[in-house]
Each structure stands twice: as structure tokens, then as C-alpha cells.
Write a protein that binds this ligand. Structure first.
Ligand SMILES: [Zn+2]
Length: 234
């Protein structure tokens, strides 16, 4: 599969659902994710939650723009506690790795796959509140904590229709992201296909900041930020 046809790196939308389904869900997702998400949403509704997608598929250009803005100091780069870093003090490697705590390397984002979703409880969002996707929103005690406590129980019971949390805890790679769900039946397969070679070709061909430092640390990046994730419960 060439880079422009693979569903792995965000450079095609051939694997995504129809426009009608995208409108129904409020986001573009992988076509195989529509049914299980609606099933999970239905169960959530019975429990009093309005499970809603904030962000589903994200294409390569969008991820590249986030990356380049952060690398150029036009968008905040946050530390592990979500406090803004002074990027002038960082080496190029430190900067790239700091960005990857919260934003995936373009071409290596699970959001490219359409299998991964950032979710919230629309029934618990105060009117006019702009969701930031910060830990205090989703932790137990936060406005979306009850939804996520419920999701944890469903996932543990194998009753989440294939969804699980790849960023459930701090593995010193991507920061814990309780809002991020992944659809295991497709995502697990895509993860095995996404090799360092695929990422290397993608980065090599991109107009991306920090290209040299990324290419020279690709194995470490892959181990720490790409495959270093939680697994569906056995
Ligand atoms: Zn996410």
C-alpha cells in the first residue's frame, strides 16, 4: 500500500464512514466504528449520559499544522502537568518529545485511523463551556468524571463494544488521556501495520518542523509514543 492510500497516516479518507453517518455522530470516524459507537452511546444514555464525540478522524495536514505551530512557538507546548513550557530553554530533541506528550507526531496519530475518539458527556457540559480536554475535566470529581467512571466499568466488564483506553495511565510516553477511546478490533490491526518504515517515509516527504531530530530518534519515538499504549482487557 502506498502512503497516499494507506489508512494509517491520515493521507486518505477512504476508510471513513459516509457523510450521513458523520453527521449523525457529529464526527468522521472509521466506517466500522459507527455501529459499535452508537451501541455504546445507547447504553450510556440508559445510564444518564450523552456520550458525544469531540474529535474523531484527524487528517495528516491538520496534525502537521498542530505540530508545526507548537514547534514554532505559535501554540503552547505543555509539560506533564499541563503547564506551559518555555521552549527557548529546550533542545530540539526535548522540544519534539515535549510536543509528543500531548500531540502525536503527524503520520503516527491514532486519530488518523478513524478508530480513535475524544469523547465527553454533553449532558454534563455547562452551557457555553468550551471543552479543553484537560485532566481536571475527566478525573473523578471533574464534570465528565461520572461518564468516565462508568466507561471504566464497562471496559472492565468487556461491555464497551470493543472500545478501550490506549492512554489509560502514564507510561512516560503520551500523557494519560481519559477522554480518548479506541476501537480495538480495527485499531489493534492498524497498530501492527504502522511500522517505523511507514512513519519514516511519511516524515521524509513532509514539510515538517524538527524533521532531522525526529528522523534520527525514530526508533525511540516509536517505542515510547506509538506502541507504548494500554491494551484491551483480556
Ligand atoms: Zn485523542
Amino acid at each position: 500500500m502506498s502512503l497516499t492510500t494507506t489508512p494509517l497516516t491520515g493521507q486518505t479518507d477512504q476508510h471513513l464512514c459516509s457523510a450521513t453517518d458523520a453527521e449523525l455522530l457529529g464526527a468522521r470516524v472509521h466506517r466500522e466504528v459507527v455501529k459499535p459507537f452508537l451501541q455504546l452511546k445507547d447504553e450510556a444514555r440508559r445510564a444518564g449520559f450523552d456520550l458525544t464525540i469531540l474529535s474523531g478522524f484527524r487528517d495528516f495536514e491538520r496534525q502537521l499544522s498542530i505540530w508545526n505551530r507548537k514547534a514554532a512557538g505559535q501554540q503552547a507546548v505543555l509539560d506533564s502537568n499541563a503547564v506551559q513550557l518555555d521552549i527557548e530553554r529546550l533542545s530540539k530533541k526535548e522540544l519534539a518529545f515535549a510536543i509528543m506528550r500531548w500531540s502525536a507526531l503527524p503520520g503516527a496519530s491514532r486519530h488518523h485511523w478513524g478508530t480513535d475518539l475524544d469523547v465527553f458527556d454533553a449532558a454534563a457540559r455547562p452551557e457555553g463551556y468550551e471543552i479543553e480536554l484537560l485532566p481536571e475535566e475527566v478525573n473523578s470529581g471533574g464534570m465528565f468524571g461520572p461518564l468516565h467512571d462508568w466507561l471504566d466499568r464497562r471496559i472492565a466488564m468487556h461491555a464497551a463494544f470493543g472500545f478501550f483506553r490506549p492512554y489509560d495511565q502514564d507510561r512516560r510516553g503520551v500523557a494519560p488521556e481519559r477522554w480518548h477511546l479506541s476501537y480495538a478490533p480495527v485499531a489493534t490491526h492498524y497498530e501492527t501495520l504502522l511500522s517505523t518504515d511507514v512513519i519514516q517515509d511519511t516524515i521524509q516527504n513532509a514539510d515538517i518542523e524538527l524533521k532531522e531530530v525526529v528522523l534520527s530518534h525514530l526508533d525511540e519515538i516509536y517505542e515510547r509514543f506509538v506502541i507504548n499504549t494500554g491494551r484491551p482487557p483480556k
